[in-house]
Design a binder for this molecule. Structure first.
Ligand SMILES: Nc1ncnc2c1ncn2[C@@H]1O[C@H](COP(=O)(O)OP(=O)(O)OP(=O)(O)O)[C@@H](O)[C@H]1O
Ligand SMILES: [Mg+2]
Length: 1020
């Protein structure tokens, strides 16, 4: 189970190859790779040797080995033996005086008449350097010395000599040393690096992402099975452990490679690989039974443990325990945690597992029980992590009820602090423990389920909430509990937004209302009102929602209590959402109040939800995403998955309007995963659709089409999803391929799914629709009105709607107004990716040319340059075609289309180089640039070299940093002003197109009736 590639070691490999470069140029040196056992030192050394071999180095390798009586110079001899075996001998005349020294290492090189050489490290070291530098005559040499922690002192002396004397040689030495235990080799390394005579690369443990990737590569799979993910946590960042644990899981048959991919057969736990268990056992045996006893109890407490508990649990004196710990520390089994005087930890989590796996079950249970008792007496309130540890220990000791009680305590605390994931996991665990407890505990079971339902409701995990709440309701009924408690459980179901349980939630609301009426309970009645308002809003009954919310709010305002605060927040959220359709400032005020109340009464999740709403308002008004991102991170940390995924979707949508499409994709993928986890299918589908939209913007129709279809099937053709897949994604794909007729058809299709309720999502579909209807379709004004009436006239959309109005005004001869509207439109689109503005201008330019408003020729030239840079050749030729037919100057093609700003022109930068520069600024790789500009990667390299030289940068990396200051959103402003004032010339073509368009009131009656410029565009 070896990982085929080296992961997460870019910087280390750079440092190693840097050393090789220097050696090749005659300035060699020693590089140490130092780190824990199994961290990947040898793997890096191996990479260095293979890079060296591929560059024509002579490569020599020697190892030190673990032995009680080390053989002097063993690693050096092993390395030189390779030369001897290959028949190389130091027989050049200048080597004569070094021959005796070398012969003492390699017997094959000794001559019958040699005197016994005086072997000092100095002489040997010098002889070795001579041999290394002459070994391959002009070739450079790499000497790799492995495991110097086991090396004999003589070898270490040679290494010191090499470190001090390789600087003028075309030879390099790479040496690996463990730092997990003291050794002469480690001391040697420290003294050499202290005087800066060698490079030292500290090889650290791999971060989580690299460990996950390693596992994927070891298993040769895209997706790591869930059971394996848990296993990886035990690897502590050690690549060796990853390979060992996976191999152990496979060989035990718990992880099998089935035809459908990897399957976890049984629960895969970190069964300790024999190699690790063996070494731990050896060390424990050497330490004796008292130390083993202390370490076993410590292992029961966890990887990290508080030593002050140990005397109480083991019954040993403090001083005895401390001696035992000291000895275990000397053996590298445990280490103190510097930040806290009482804490120690096992150096490797696998060491602890190895110790635990050697305990018999009754022994483990006994130790766990006394550890739990000791913790409860030392920390009676069980603050912080003590509660969780005590619960675990009680469970291990077999006391399920006490464990469940503690998990309930833990879950309720987490819930109060807004830690929803912890709360939900603990409460589910508590529920399972109590369900399996031999003596039923109905009151405790109800308490646990109440807390669980509360947590799931806050997390928005409606898929798991409804069954849990229904179970709770029947438990309450069976126990004859207070009807108020039953009503509250019903309300959680009523409030839930479960896509499959609409019927259930309406029924629960009615039952809760009946209880409130029967009890004449005003508080309960206002809670029912608030829940009813939520339900009405989801059903699209905005007036009803607002009415009930205001009623609940007024009752809540009169009471000064925690329940009233909760009702007030809930009502204000409904009020804010209904106001958002009419009066965005009123909406903001409502959400701000909700936020304030949530802060004052300490409702952390409600606070995040209010912040989310405020972030949404920001995004609608100014397009800013800062508050939204903040809310997202808070929601994620708190485990409010539903809120986090909703925000991910909003962010993905918002970023898909910006130039940073990668970020949009990332958020959309994250959202898709989160939504799938909580079975929110509509959100999942919308997230898939954003990914399809990004493909559409990139001009990849096939991918966009696949994504749209996937989104549709994920949501079983929900109308809101269809509205977006047709009205936004497919239309966008057609627009970026300049297939206007198809775009119009798709847009019409999308709108047909929209109805009026879809106005809140995928607003862009409305803006695009209005613009298509105003330019290539008919009844543009009606489309604009429809979009505005539905609240779509904000942000990005406003830009498209203004352009639509401009076209209509121009057509009526109101040219000044049209020009002004187009300017406003452009200003509205300024904060989005530049291509949206250019796309709109490409759509309106024919009308502007024909009717004589705006600056269509300049727009088209700018648009052509932008689309050239973004790799949209269809749009480039469309812009050029319109210009040509209108008799306007057409910018040069092929040689580069970007306009060169004055300061760059002064540096001698050509238009083609500017194209490359703009793509560099967007973070494109050479291969991507080559593909977009239809040139070879080699040519791209040449352009980049020239740009580096002309801009005076040190290299590509600096050029990228320099180019990155040309923010893509600002690109239009770095084009120079076009000197030629655009003059409108109404050519025969445009007049003719004008007539065709006027006659064409129905865009579906065939292409012959469409405006000429749309017909002439090449199709896919
Ligand atoms: N960055 C990495 N990516 C993928 N696999 C790795 C990486 N680093 C190490 N490995 C793999 O992990 C295993 C252990 O690595 P390696 O033998 O290099 O450790 P080491 O530090 O030399 O350990 P020791 O001190 O025991 O010699 C090897 O099989 C190696 O191929
Ligand atoms: Mg090694």
């Amino acid at each position: 189970m070896l990982c085929p590639t080296v992961i997460g070691r870019g910087a280390e490999l750079d440092a190693l190859t840097g050393g090789l470069d220097r050696a090749a140029n005659g300035t060699g040196g020693v590089t140490f790779l130092v780190g824990d056992a199994g961290v990947g030192k040898s793997r890096l050394a191996r990479e260095a040797t293979s890079v060296a071999a591929s560059r024509g180095f002579e490569v020599l390798i020697g190892r030190a080995t673990e032995s009680t009586v080390p053989v002097p110079f063993r690693p050096i001899t092993e390395a030189l033996m390779k030369l001897a075996r290959a028949g190389a001998a130091p027989d050049a005349p200048e080597m004569a005086k070094h021959l005796p020294a070398l012969a003492s290492l390699v017997p094959e090189w000794s001559r019958p008449l040699d005197e016994v050489a005086e072997i000092s490290p100095l002489i040997l070291g010098e002889a070795l350097i001579r041999m290394l530098t002459s070994a391959g005559s002009n070739k450079a040499t790499l000497l790799a010395l492995e495991d110097l922690h086991w090396a004999d002192p003589e070898t270490l002396a040679i290494v010191e000599y090499l470190a001090d004397n390789l600087a003028d040689a075309n030879a390099a030495c790479v040496a690996t040393v463990r730092d997990s235990e003291p050794s002469p080799g480690l001391d040697c390394l420290r003294s050499i690096t202290a005087r800066r005579a060698a490079t030292c690369i500290e090889v650290s443990r791999l971060p989580d992402w690299a460990i996950r990737r390693m596992a994927r590569e070891c298993l040769d799979t895209e997706r790591i099975p869930d059971g394996v993910t848990r296993l990886l946590a035990d690897c502590d960042g050690l690549p060796f452990a990853v390979e060992e644990l996976l191999a152990a899981a496979v060989s035990s048959g718990r992880l099998i490679n089935a035809a459908t991919g990897w399957q976890v057969n049984d629960e895969v736990t970190a069964s300790v690989p024999a190699s690790i268990a063996g070494s731990v056992r050896n060390r424990l045996t050497a330490l004796g039974p008292a130390v083993a006893d202390v370490l076993a109890t410590a292992a029961v407490l966890g990887r990290k443990f508080d030593w002050t508990l140990l005397p109480g649990i083991t019954g040993m004196a403090e001083s005895q325990v401390l001696v035992a710990l000291q000895r275990a520390q000397a053996m590298q089994l445990i280490e103190p945690i510097s930040s806290s005087p009482n804490l120690f930890r096992y150096r490797h989590s696998l060491t602890r597992h190895a110790i635990l796996s050697d305990l018999l079950p009754p022994d483990l249970a006994r130790r766990s029980a006394s550890a739990a008792a000791q913790i409860e007496s030392a920390h009676p309130d069980l603050p912080g992590a003590w509660c969780e540890l005590a619960a675990e220990l009680h469970e291990a000791a077999g006391d399920r009820v006490r464990a469940a009680e503690l998990l309930l305590l833990l879950g309720s605390r987490a819930l109060r602090q807004g830690g929803l994931s912890t709360a939900i996991t603990s409460l589910f665990d508590a529920h399972e423990l109590i369900a399996a407890a031999p003596l039923a505990e109905p009151a405790l079971a109800i308490e646990i389920d109440e807390a669980l339902v509360d947590a799931l409701a806050h997390a928005g995990d409606h898929g798991r909430l409804v069954p849990a709440a229904e179970r709770l309701i029947s438990e309450l009924q069976a126990a004859g509990a207070d009807p108020r408690r039953q009503a509250l459980a019903m309300l959680t179901v009523a409030r839930s937004d479960c896509e499959d349980h609409c019927g259930a939630s309406a029924a629960q609301l009615e039952s809760a209302r009946a209880i409130a009426d029967r009890l004449h309970d005003a508080e309960l009645a206002s809670r029912v009102d608030a829940a009813a308002a939520c339900q009405a809003m989801r059903a699209g009954d905005l007036d009803g929602a607002e009415r009930q919310a205001r009623r609940a709010l007024s009752v809540a305002e009169a009471a000064d209590d925690r329940w009233a605060a909760a009702v007030a927040i809930e009502s204000l959220e409904v009020i804010g959402s209904t106001e958002r359709q009419r009066d965005i400032d009123a909406a903001r005020a409502a959400f701000e109040r909700a936020y304030q109340i949530a802060t004052d009464w300490d409702f952390p999740i409600r606070r995040i939800m209010a912040l989310h709403e405020l972030g949404t308002v920001d995004m609608l008004i100014e397009g800013g995403t800062a508050r939204l991102s903040e809310a997202r991170d808070l929601a994620q940390t708190a485990g409010a998955i539903s809120v986090a995924t909703t925000i991910d979707l909003q962010l993905a949508n918002s970023w898909s309007m910006q130039a940073d499409l990668e970020r949009a994709l990332q958020a959309a993928r994250q959202c898709e995963q989160g939504a799938r986890r909580i079975a929110a299918r509509r959100t999942e589908a919308m997230a898939i659709n954003v990914q399809a939209l990004v493909a559409a913007i990139r001009g990849d129709r096939a991918e966009a089409e696949r994504g749209a279809a996937r989104a549709e099937s994920a949501s079983s053709d929900h109308p809101e999803v269809l509205f977006s897949t047709w009205g936004l994604t497919r239309v966008t794909a057609s627009l970026f391929l300049d297939d206007l007729l198809r775009a119009l058809r798709e847009s019409q299709m999308g709108i047909s799914f929209g109805g009026d309720s879809a106005l809140t999502s995928a607003r862009r579909a409305w803006g695009i629709h209005a613009l298509l209807r105003s330019t290539v379709g008919a009844r543009g004004r009606a489309a604009i009105e429809q979009a505005s009436a539905g609240g779509a006239a904000v942000g990005w959309n406003l830009g498209y709607l203004r352009y639509s109005q401009a076209v209509l005004e121009g057509r009526e001869g109101n040219n000044d107004l049209a020009t002004k509207l187009a300017e406003e439109a452009s200003a509205h689109l300024a904060s989005y990716a530049p291509w949206w503005n250019h796309l709109a201008r490409r759509l309106v330019a024919p009308a502007a040319l024909e009717d004589g408003w705006g600056k269509p020729a300049a727009w088209l030239r700018e648009a052509a340059a932008e689309f050239q840079a973004t790799g949209h050749p269809r749009l480039v030729s469309a812009c050029r075609g319109i210009l040509r037919r209108a008799g306007e100057r057409v910018p040069r093609s092929g040689r580069g289309t970007a306009q060169v700003p004055a300061q760059m022109r002064r540096l001698g930068i050509t238009s083609r180089e500017m194209d490359v520069f703009l793509l560099v600024a967007r973070g494109c790789s050479n291969a991507e640039i080559a593909e977009r500009l239809f040139i070879s990667p080699k040519t791209v390299e040449t352009h980049i070299a020239s740009l580096v030289a002309k801009t005076g940068q040190a290299g590509r990396r600096e050029l990228v940093a320099h180019a990155a200051r040309f923010d893509p959103a600002q690109l239009p402003s770095c084009y120079p002003r076009l000197t030629q004032e655009v003059t409108h010339r109404s050519s025969g073509f445009t007049r003719c197109a004008h007539k065709v368009r006027r006659a064409n009131m129905d865009p579906y009656r065939g292409a012959a009736r469409l405006p000429a410029e749309t017909r002439e565009v090449p199709r896919a």
